[in-house]
Each structure stands twice: as C-alpha cells, then as structure tokens.
Design a protein around this ligand. Structure first.
Ligand SMILES: Nc1ncnc2c1ncn2[C@@H]1O[C@H](COP(=O)(O)OP(=O)(O)OP(=O)(O)O)[C@@H](O)[C@H]1O
Length: 529
C-alpha cells in the first residue's frame, strides 16, 4: 500500500476539490473546510522550484505545500520499491500531480489574462514541462493525460480560461447568479472532469446548449463564455496554441435577418439557387469549424423551414447549402437562446417538438435582475458600477465611474417611479440604460408596462403618468394585458385610491399577503398622479 489511511482520506478530498465545480460556492466551501483541518504531519520542504504563479490566497499556499510534501514522501516510498502500488493508487498519485501543476501554474490566472493575445508564444509552457517532468520521475505507469504534457497543459489552460471568462462576463454574486455561473461551467466541463481530460474534450461540441430567460438577462453573455472557453490543442514545438483562441464564436440574430435571407445566411447557397444568387456562398454553419460555436439568438422566431434544416444539423451533423443536393458536414457546436415560452410555441404549433427534444439535453436559465436583487439587495451598487464602467469605457478613470455609480444609485433610490423594489422589466439591459440616461440627462424615467403591452414608442413616465388610468382602461378594452398584469395593475389602482393595504384588502376581499404581493409601488405612484 502506497498511502496510509489518513493520506488516502486527504487525497480523496483533494480530488473532490480538483474535480468540483469552481462556481459552486457551497461545495467549494464544504471541501475547503474539511481540507483546512487536515494535517498529515509531513514537513513541507522549502520548494526549490519558485512558484510560477503566486497563489491567490493563504489556503491555496498551505494546501499546495501539503500536496508537494506528500508527493515528495510518496516519491521516496515508490523509489525504495517496498510497496505494491495498485492502479487506483497510481490514479491518486496522478491526481496529486495534476493538482499541484494546476495550482503552481494556473491558479492565479496569469496565463489567460487576455484572450485576444493568446495567439502569441506561451513561454510558461517551459516551466510547466519542467515541473511535470520532475513530479513524474517515478517508476509508476502513469496514464495518458500526464504522458502528454502539451495536452494536459491545453486542458488546464482551457480550465483557467473558462474561469476567467465566466467570472468577467457574468457579473453578480447573488445565489441565482451563482447558479447561473455553475450551470455555464457545466456546459464547458461536464461533471466528470477526469473523463473530460482524456475523452470528452473532443466530444463537447456535440452537446447543444439551450439558454432560456427574459430579455436582457445575459443569455448572449453566457453563450459567449461557453463558445470562447473552448479546447484548443497546444503545439509544444512552437509553444503556441494551434489556432487563435478568439474568433470562434459566430452569433446570428434570427429576428434581425430578413426572412428570405435566413436560410442562405445560415447554410449558404449555390449560384443560381434563387434570383440574385450570382455566386456560391458559405453560410455560418460552414464557417463554423471544429471547436467553433454558432449562436442562434431569438430561436423562438425561427421559421418552420429553417427549423427542419436545423433539426437535420443537430440530428445528423450535416446540412445542405440552399439549392444543393450534396450534404456538407458540420463540425462546430450549436448554442441557441430565446426569451419566448417554447412550450407555448409548441402548443401553438409554431415550434417543432422534435427540434425541442434535440435541444433539451443542456438547458440554462438566466435569472431576472429582480430575482437577483430579491436574493441580495446589496448587489445593486456593484452591478451599477459595472454598468457605469461599460458606459464610460476602458479609458474612464475610477473616480468618474464612482461618481456616475453614486448618481445612478441616488436616482434609483429617490425616483418614485423606480425605488428599491422596481421590477426592472428590461433587466440588466435596462439597468445599463438607466446608468446611461443618468450620465446624459441626470435622470431616468422607466417605460410603463402599457407601452410594452402595446409595443408602442416608449415614453418617459412623467408624460404618461397623467394618463396611467386611461392607458389601463384602454389596455383592458383591447384585451392586451396578461392576467398577471391585469391583477397587478388593478390592485395597484385600488391601493393608489385607498392609500393603505388594510383598506385595499377589504375592498378586494382577498388575503392581505396576496394583495400585498400584487401591489406594484411604481403603478401606485403613477395612478396617483
Ligand atoms: N449578469 C450580467 N453581468 C453583466 N452584464 C450583463 C449581465 N446580464 C446582462 N448583462 C448586460 O446586459 C445587456 C444584455 O445582455 P444580453 O444581450 O446577453 O441579454 P439577452 O438575454 O441575450 O437579451 P435578449 O433576449 O434581448 O437578446 C448586455 O449589455 C450585457 O452585457
């Protein structure tokens, strides 16, 4: 036996942490806490190899020293030849080496600081290789993953790139956002991370991801993170990735393309296929090479004929250019998103059920801004600061961002039409517009729900508020309100007249909590004016 029982418990925890979802805060905290209290009693020798990347925190420093100390000790035991080493123990040894390499070379994220520059020489590979050789100089039959340093390097580079992309693109720390980040992670790395390194890394493009959520909740951001955090092989001789990491994400907004052009845009056409098709043309599915991603935004708007073609791509991984009879292979990955209710579209006969069943193996739901703020109201300043940073651009001084953040927060706090419980129907996109409006005009007037219902030009609320009741009656007369909206607005109207919840409850003859949950302060305010 190579490991003592105590060492085995320790290594099993190390493996749990190494293979867990880094965006699952509960799981991470649980394993870290157990590891924290673990003392193997081994003296960590001062490492002769300088840490290539400075560890991000004290836990990681101590943890990585303990693993190194254990590896040194295990190395001695293996070399003295007095221990039978089972295949499971070899796997344990490998996982320790992999973890230590990851901690030393990637953990602080230096490597992938800028995705756009990742086509340059990655000098860090030499250090990685040297360390890997050092730790694998043991008379054990180590597996394929460690025998191919360039491959393990590429996998851990991708791992760190995914962390960085998810972390920088998707803002927020509320529980709904933590769940979103964890779900995004699994669309890149399946639960079986060990299996990913040796096998699944070249199969993930066959997984189609469907992102569902209201408008402005970051569906495209999630798709971007998944698409860009792809596996790219590393060429050890040139010390470069075999292709640039950027440029692999092809978004197509299906509602922005004219109907008669969609098929040709997506699948290409041959000369003479239709009037105006003078030359052969490649579509997005053809441009999307192995490792690339086609992102189909507004999937709910897709025509039946295109749905049939897409079904074929997902089923057989092949497609036809318009006007061509020979199929072409599709090597990329498909991610689709919609803010529409697909089950309703299926019930209405506007979306194919068989297509839905080709899209449902990996579904991610993006939370509304309201859900995030209900979970963690204290998140608002950080989200506003992020939006302010985006509005002011890269060159903006921190001081300007801070000022715009403060002004926006004050506007949200003071405005009767917004306030802390505002619903943010446009979600993060509306928050960005609010910041922009404060930047330009020093104020923000949210659009009213009536204007959404009628899809009319959105008017700022002061000019609308005088007619809030008229608009409500108009919407009721035309039957444009959903039942939910109707109840919310009616309860808010009564509340604006009575001025207290007890009286509103008495009039509506419903339980107080039901009525309270229906009252929207924005509407109350508007009905009052
Ligand atoms: N969690 C988030 N963190 C940072 N920015 C966000 C987040 N969610 C949304 N945004 C920002 O909000 C805007 C809208 O996001 P995005 O286009 O991804 O939304 P969407 O759900 O795809 O919307 P639609 O359904 O209208 O296409 C973008 O500017 C995006 O950067």
């Amino acid at each position: 036996m190579l490991f003592t029982p105590l060492e085995r418990d320790f290594v099993d925890l190390v493996r749990q942490l190494a293979y867990s979802n880094p965006f699952d805060p509960d799981e991470q905290a649980r394993i870290r806490q157990k590891l924290d209290s673990f003392d193997l009693g081994l003296q960590a020798e001062e490492s002769k190899r300088p840490a290539v990347v400075s560890p991000p925190d004290e836990f990681t420093t101590i943890y990585s020293r303990r693993i190194e100390a254990l590896l040194v000790e295990l190395g001695k035991r293996v070399r003295c030849g007095q221990h039978d080493v089972s295949p499971t123990e070899v796997e344990r040894y490998e996982d320790l080496v992999i973890t230590v390499l990851h901690l030393r070379h990637f953990a602080a994220g230096r490597v992938v600081a800028d995705v756009r520059q990742a086509n340059q020489r990655i000098s860090q590979y030499a250090d990685y290789l040297r360390d890997l050789k050092e730790w694998t100089k043991v008379p054990l039959r180590l597996g394929w993953f460690l025998q191919r340093p360039e491959h393990s390097f590429a996998v851990y580079f991708q791992y760190q790139l995914a962390i960085q992309l998810i972390h920088t693109l998707i803002q927020g720390n509320s529980r709904p956002i933590a769940r979103l980040k964890a779900a995004t992670w699994h669309s890149i790395f399946p639960r079986e991370l060990r299996l990913y390194g040796v096998l699944l890394y070249e199969r993930m493009h066959e997984v189609t991801t469907l992102i569902l959520g209201p408008s402005g909740t970051g569906k495209e951001l999630v798709a971007t993170a998944i698409g860009l955090a792809r596996f790219v092989p590393f060429d050890p001789k040139r010390e470069r990735f075999t292709e640039p990491l950027s440029g692999a994400f092809h978004p197509i907004n299906l509602s922005a393309l004219p109907r008669d052009l969609i098929e040709s845009e997506m699948f290409g056409h041959v000369a003479g296929a239709f009037t105006g098709a003078t030359k052969d043309r490649e579509g997005w599915f053809e441009k999307c090479r192995l490792g690339h991603t086609v992102f189909l935004d507004e999937l709910g708007e897709m025509d039946e004929s295109v749905q049939v073609r897409l079904l074929r791509v997902l089923q057989n991984r092949e497609f036809y250019r318009v006007g061509e009879t020979e199929p072409r292979g599709f090597a990329g990955r498909v991610i689709a998103a919609t803010n529409r209710d697909l089950s309703q579209l299926i019930a209405d006969g506007r979306f194919r059920e068989d297509l839905y069943f080709r899209l449902c193996s990996d579904i991610i739901r993006t939370p509304t801004l309201r859900e995030q703020l209900d979970d963690s109201p204290e998140e608002l300043p950080a989200l506003v600061a992020h939006a302010a940073g985006r509005c002011l651009g890269d060159k903006a001084h921190g001081e300007f961002i801070e000022r715009l953040t403060k002004e926006t927060l004050a506007c949200i706090e003071m405005s009767p039409a917004i306030g802390p419980s505002y619903n943010w129907p446009g979600n993060f996109r509306e928050l960005e517009q609010c910041v922009r409006s404060v930047m330009v005009r020093g104020e923000y007037h949210p659009p009213t729900m009536a204007s959404f219902a009628k899809k009319e030009t959105l008017l700022p609320s002061p000019s609308v508020s005088t007619t809030a009741l008229d608009q409500f009656l108009h919407a009721v007369r035309n039957g444009t309100l959903s039942l939910e909206e109707l109840l919310t607005r009616y309860c808010s109207l009564i509340q604006s007249r009575t001025g207290n919840v007890a009286e509103t409850t008495r009039r509506l003859k419903k339980h107080r909590l039901t009525v309270q949950g229906r009252i929207d302060p924005n509407w109350v305010e508007q009905f009052r004016q």
